[in-house]
Design a protein around this ligand. Structure first.
Ligand code: ZN
Length: 272
């Protein structure tokens, strides 16, 4: 029987044996159907089909920008202006992007009670915009949809501040005089402790952890996968790129995420 070149070699990857990709999806669907507590972790790969690039990918338009760590942002107006140049430009891409079939499938799975919690590393707000239930969603790296004052803590929608930046205010300030920053977690900034706790608790108590569109290189949230595996859950990694935890995964799928997730959701629907 002819096999697709992707599936010719039968390789042992940790506990998982990679057969044809379709067989792995079938196994995952079976497991997903049986599981009572499914936790999903998503990353940048989920939004590439929405036209949101991995902003710092080599050769990309944004490669010239270096991340501005939070202490620098707070200490220097020049650093705040540099930060806003990057954030102002990238928001122009994000706000025009639309959720893709992967976001839609995850929202449907949540409404069908097949996802207990979704933790996203993405700051683009696309899960929320396609109707993923807010009470089951953790934006672990914050959101670009709001700004926050780093002095008084006031939060508000992004657009008024973005408009000020687009009108020439290089680093907009709050009414109180403090610096406004998109409400994402910067390098050198701690995660929200309650969010991290909730994510790790969910990972350690689930039956199935699915990492989708993430290369699992950003800590500490990438620890969800080994934590779940150690606690006895099965794990699935659905992403094209290599990850540090490939050897741990029970299911490893590399096909495009915007095709894989709708297919999984469709098969689960047929079985219900
Ligand atoms: Zn303020």
């Amino acid at each position: 029987m002819w096999a697709h070149p992707m599936s010719i070699s039968l390789r042992i990857v940790g506990r998982a044996i990679c057969y044809a990709p379709g067989m792995h999806i079938a196994g995952l669907v079976e497991r997903w159907q049986a599981a009572e507590r499914v936790v999903v972790l998503t990353g940048a790969g989920l939004s590439t089909a929405s036209g949101i690039p991995d902003f710092r990918s080599p050769g990309g338009r944004w490669e010239r920008y270096q991340p501005v760590p939070l202490p620098d942002f707070l200490a220097s107006r020049a650093a705040r202006e540099e930060y806003w140049r990057y954030k102002g430009e990238t928001w122009q891409v994000i706000r025009d992007a639309q959720p893709n079939a992967a976001h839609v499938a995850l929202a449907e799975l949540a409404h069908e009670d097949r996802i207990e919690l979704l933790v996203t590393q993405n700051v683009d707000g696309l899960h929320a915009r396609c109707g993923f239930p807010a009470e089951r969603l953790v934006n672990i790296h914050g959101t670009d949809s709001e700004v926050m004052c780093m002095s008084c803590g006031a939060r508000e929608a992004r657009e008024p501040t973005q408009s000020r930046w687009e009108s020439g205010e290089a680093a907009p300030d709050c009414r109180c005089g403090g610096p406004l920053k998109p409400a994402t977690i910067s390098f050198g900034q701690g995660l929200v402790a309650a969010d991290l706790e909730r994510a790790m608790q969910a990972a350690s108590g689930c039956d199935l952890l699915v990492a989708a569109g993430t290369s699992l290189v950003v800590g500490p949230i990438n620890e969800m996968l080994p934590l779940a595996a150690r606690a006895g859950a099965e794990t699935a990694i659905l992403t094209a790129s290599e990850t540090p935890f490939d050897a741990l995964a029970d299911f490893r799928v590399r096909e495009p995420i915007e095709e894989v997730l709708p297919r999984i959701r469709g098969e689960l629907l047929q079985r219900s």
